[in-house]
Structures are given as structure tokens and as C-alpha cells.
Write a protein that binds this ligand. Structure first.
Ligand code: NAD
Length: 519
């Protein structure tokens, strides 16, 4: 399936292997082990965000196609869940190698559909690959527990077992990493899986599906449908689906959590963010400013863990002019161009929205320290580019502070004390990630204990946990009670069966019925 290619045209060619051969490639569905053309009459265009050229189309799967996909998952569940855990492990061992061998090819497809720079797209694949590698430890991760001799001749032990058909609904910003948070862990536990990738960036998931098939995953263990609301409603409502993993915006995530839960499903819903970076005056200035710039503007700010808000405490506010100069020096360009630091936003609508949030800051009294709205990217005049933008003098009542901007915009607040900074953060509705920059251990310790946020970096700007831990966003950034990947991910995709057994010696006969509660 996978061969190297040098440019966008060749990337498209590669994508077409899972698309059809019409002049504008159409994304296929993956049903029961086959890549099939949809019979739908409703299609959505996929654009290259750097040019807004249409590079493909994606179907809104019909009801019959979605039913065929979930039925395929249901049929495959019995034999897949009974397949030995060592066989499932072997498939994922082959899978991680195939992904590793083809990171560059996957990255090119991500840059084509999503826009991020090639280096960043490789990071996107790599962070997903780490979850697949972790899934290969399933023989340890799925161990149950045993307590012998809870009373005479009696032992209790637990099994972790798969739950059935699981489903994943993914966002546009990490076309590889986030789908790879979902189906590999779900499947290695013995579940079958229905994926709905983001309709804006479906190509990468299709290639990953082909690679999983090439690794030996049996037909029906993974099915892929495409679409928007109707596909999401189908997933929330179909009784065969036992669990839903969602990552995306609050609007969709709250809705899916409510609708899926009401239908008796487990739902884990990772949602939006407003991540604060707190800069203490004792921080290492050089490291802090570089880390802040990278974490605010990398991926054009379209990361749920982007540091989109900085709080300068005390005298560190004097570093602001230098922060502005470093941000100005980033190169805005198409993601496949050499030296690009900041790529385009996903769509013209996203660009308009980000620009209007910048304007709202100006209108509400913020100081525009760096304005990326008029950025000119030579040769890519139709792209959705916004350059690095910094709003200073921001206060917590401003729209640009209250809303997730999801673009290359850093809003800057100032605080006199660490307590003031912590109180600001704890009053913000989101709780995804945060970072503190300091050289004082006591300051760092106080911060990590008192701040009410799921993922905290100490001199680490984007503290996305490795997969042996879990992704632990909290408050307004998460609904559910079991997080993605790590031990919690295994819990989410399994149920526990507890066996209490008694094997008495022949002479120890039960002589009369016990009608009281056994103690
Ligand atoms: P999105 O919510 O628009 O789309 C996510 C998925 O939900 C897509 O598959 C889409 O088809 C579906 N969807 C969209 N709107 C829907 C609706 N109204 N009803 C039902 N389904 C709907 O999100 P996006 O724009 O693709 O991604 C960006 C968002 O995702 C940001 O808010 C970002 O913070 C968040 N995100 C969160 C995490 C995290 O782990 N917390 C990670 C990545 C992205």
C-alpha cells in the first residue's frame, strides 16, 4: 500500500488508494474488510487549507451503510473477543512497525488535508504510534486480580473482558494521533470498533485502516463510516454500540455525552480548552519565552493543549516586548514548504472566526501587540493563514479570554502574585492543561497542588502524558469518569467479571442451608 512520494500530487495519489479514481477523489467507507464507494447522494468537499483547492470528497454515509458497518462489528465481535490475547498482541506489534516505517508518508497526507507543517505532522503520527506501542503491552495491562483464601477454601479473582462494539468520533486537529488513541486500545482489549473520523481530514484514518488490515486484523474488527450529525446520532443511538470515545469541541462533546449516556452507553468526551502558562519572575527567561512561543503558535494554535493564555506574574511582565519579537520571527507558510513554522487554519470559516475574536479583544480594550491578520503568504494567497497574534492587557471578562480561539493567538494577562494567577485559572471553566515556568521548587509544588487542571507542566509547555499515564483533562474540558489511554483507557474498554469459588475437601460437607447473608 504505502510508497514514498515527494509532493502533494503524489500524496493525493497515495490517498486515492483508499479513494476512488474519479477526477476529484472520493473517500471510501471501510465495511467488513472492504474499501467501498458510498451510494450516498450527499458529499462534502475536503480542502487543502493552504490553497483551498478541493483535494477530495467525503460521503455522508447512508443509513444502510452505517447499519452494514455496525452489523459487521457485531458479527466479528464473538470470534475477535475469543481470539487469544497473544494473537491480538501480535497484530498490534506488526501494526506499530508498519506505522513507524511509514511516518513520513502519513505525515504528507496529514499536511495535505489538515495544513500543519510536515515536522508537526510527523509528531502527530508519532504520538499516536506511542499509544499503539503501549497497546502491545496488553498481556500485562489486562491482568485481573486474585485474592486467595478470603475464607476457608474460598478464592476470589477477576477477569477483564471486552465490552462489545465500541465507537470513536474524532476531531480535525490530530488526524493520526486521536484516532490512534481510540481503536487500537479498544481492539487489543477484544472489542470491535466503529470509527468516524473528522469529515475534514478522513484520509489519514483510511490509510491507517489499510495498514491495520495488512497487519492481520480480521474483517469486521474495524469499520469506518463518514459523515456529520446523522453519523454521530447513529453512533449515539444504535443499541449494539456499548461505548463511545469522543474528542472535539464542547458543543459536540456535551451533546454526544448526553445522548450516548441516556442510551446507556459509556462515554468519554475530551473537549475544548483554554490553557494558561504562568511565567514567574524567577523563571529561566530564554527557555520560557521560546517554550511559550512554540506552544502558543505551533500547529497554528490548533491544539487542545496549545498554551493560548499567558499570565505574567510581577516583574516578568517586562519580558513582553521580547516575547513579541520572537513571535514575529516565526515563518508563516504552507505546511509542506521548507522552514514553515506556522501553517494555515483548517477553513476560511475558522480564519474569519479567529480574526473576529482578535477584533473583539481590540474592541473590548485589549492592546494588540502583534497583529497576524494581514499576513501575506506568497504563492498561497487563497490559504487560511493568520500569523502569530498577541493581545496584551487582557482581562478575564473579555470575549477573547472567555472563548477558546483555536488559532495562533496568545492572550496575555498580568498578575501581581502567584495566588492571583491560580485563582484566575481556577475560575476559568476549562481544565485541560497548564504550565508554570519557574526555578523555584516550592513555587512549582504549590502550583501543582492548588491549580485545578488535569495536566500540569513544570517548565514543560505542552504536558501531554505518555500512554502509560492517561490524558487527564478535567472540569469543562472533559465529561465522563474514565480518561483516554493508560490504565484508565483499559478500564474504559473493559468490564470486570468477579469469580468467587470454593473447593472444599470431601470431608468438609455443608450440613445445613445458610439463610443469613454470608459473612
Ligand atoms: P468538532 O466538535 O467540530 O468535531 C469533532 C467531531 O464531532 C467530528 O467528527 C464532527 O463530525 C462531529 N461534530 C461536529 N459538530 C457536531 C455537532 N454539533 N453534533 C454532533 N457531532 C458533531 O471539533 P473540531 O473542530 O474537529 O476539533 C477542535 C476541537 O476539539 C477544539 O475545541 C479542541 O480543543 C478540541 N480537542 C480536544 C482535545 C482533548 O483531548 N481535550 C484534543 C483535540 C481537540
Amino acid at each position: 500500500l504505502l510508497r514514498t512520494f515527494a509532493n502533494k500530487k503524489a500524496a493525493l495519489q497515495l490517498g486515492r488508494m483508499c479513494y476512488s479514481s474519479s477526477s476529484v477523489p472520493t473517500t471510501k467507507l471501510f465495511i467488513d474488510g472492504k474499501f467501498v464507494e458510498s451510494n450516498t447522494s450527499e458529499w462534502l468537499d475536503i480542502h487543502d487549507p493552504a490553497t483551498n483547492e478541493v483535494v477530495g470528497r467525503v460521503p455522508k454515509a447512508t443509513q444502510e451503510e452505517m447499519l452494514a458497518a455496525v452489523n459487521s462489528c457485531s458479527r466479528a465481535f464473538h470470534s475477535w473477543s475469543e481470539t487469544s490475547i497473544l494473537s491480538r498482541q501480535q497484530i498490534f506489534l506488526r501494526y506499530q512497525q508498519l506505522i513507524k516505517d511509514n511516518i513520513k508518508e502519513l505525515a504528507k497526507l496529514i499536511t495535505l488535508e489538515q495544513g500543519k507543517t510536515l515536522a508537526d505532522a510527523e509528531g502527530d503520527v508519532f504520538r499516536g504510534l506511542q499509544v499503539v506501542e503501549h497497546a502491545c503491552s496488553i498481556t500485562s495491562l489486562m491482568l485481573g486480580e486474585t485474592l486467595p483464601s478470603i475464607t476457608k477454601d474460598m478464592d476470589t479473582y477477576t477477569y477483564r473482558l471486552p465490552i462489545g462494539v465500541c465507537a470513536g468520533i474524532a476531531p480535525f486537529n490530530f488526524p493520526a494521533m486521536i484516532p490512534l488513541w481510540m481503536y487500537p486500545l479498544g481492539m487489543v482489549c477484544g472489542n470491535t470498533y466503529l470509527m468516524k473520523p473528522s469529515e475534514r481530514v478522513p484520509g489519514c484514518t483510511m490509510l491507517l485502516a489499510k495498514m491495520l488490515q495488512d497487519s492481520g486484523a480480521p474483517d469486521g474488527t474495524l469499520n469506518i463510516i463518514h459523515g456529520q450529525h446523522a453519523a454521530v446520532n447513529f453512533i449515539c443511538d444504535h443499541p449494539a454500540i456499548k461505548a463511545i470515545s469522543f474528542v472535539g469541541s464542547n458543543q459536540a462533546g456535551e451533546y454526544i455525552y448526553e445522548r450516548g449516556s441516556k442510551n446507556g452507553k459509556r462515554v468519554q468526551s475530551n473537549m475544548g480548552a483554554k490553557n494558561h502558562g504562568v511565567v514567574m519572575p524567577d523563571a529561566n527567561k530564554e527557555n520560557t519565552l521560546n517554550q511559550l512561543v512554540g506552544a502558543a503558535f505551533g500547529a497554528a494554535g490548533q491544539r487542545c493543549m496549545a498554551l493560548s493564555t499567558a499570565i505574567f506574574v510581577g516583574e516578568s511582565r517586562e519580558w513582553l516586548p521580547e516575547l513579541v519579537e520572537r513571535s514575529r520571527s516565526l515563518r508563516v507558510n504552507a505546511g509542506d514548504q521548507p522552514g514553515a513554522d506556522v501553517g494555515p487554519l483548517i477553513s476560511p470559516e475558522a480564519k474569519t472566526r479567529v480574526e473576529s475574536l482578535i477584533q473583539s479583544g481590540v474592541d473590548e480594550g485589549a492592546k494588540l501587540l502583534l497583529d497576524g491578520r494581514k499576513v501575506n503568504v506568497k504563492g498561497y494567497e487563497n490559504g487560511n493563514f493568520v500569523g502569530p497574534t498577541i493581545l496584551g492587557n487582557v482581562t478575564s471578562n473579555m470575549t477573547c479570554y472567555r472563548e477558546e480561539i483555536f488559532g495562533p493567538v496568545l492572550v496575555v494577562l498580568e498578575a501581581d502574585t502567584l495566588d492571583e494567577a491560580i485563582s484566575l485559572i481556577n475560575n476559568n471553566p476549562y481544565g485541560n492543561g497548564t504550565a508554570i515556568f519557574t526555578t523555584n521548587g516550592a513555587t512549582a509544588r504549590k502550583y501543582t497542588h492548588e491549580v485545578d487542571v488535569g495536566q500540569i507542566g513544570v517548565n514543560v509547555p505542552i504536558p501531554v502524558p505518555l500512554p502509560m499515564f492517561s490524558f487527564t483533562g478535567s472540569r469543562g474540558s472533559f465529561r465522563g469518569d474514565t480518561n483516554f489511554y493508560g490504565k484508565q483507557g483499559i478500564q474504559f474498554y473493559t468490564q470486570i467479571k468477579t469469580v468467587t469459588s470454593q473447593w472444599k475437601a470431601e470431608d468438609a460437607t455443608v450440613t445445613s442451608p445458610a439463610v443469613t447473608m454470608p459473612t
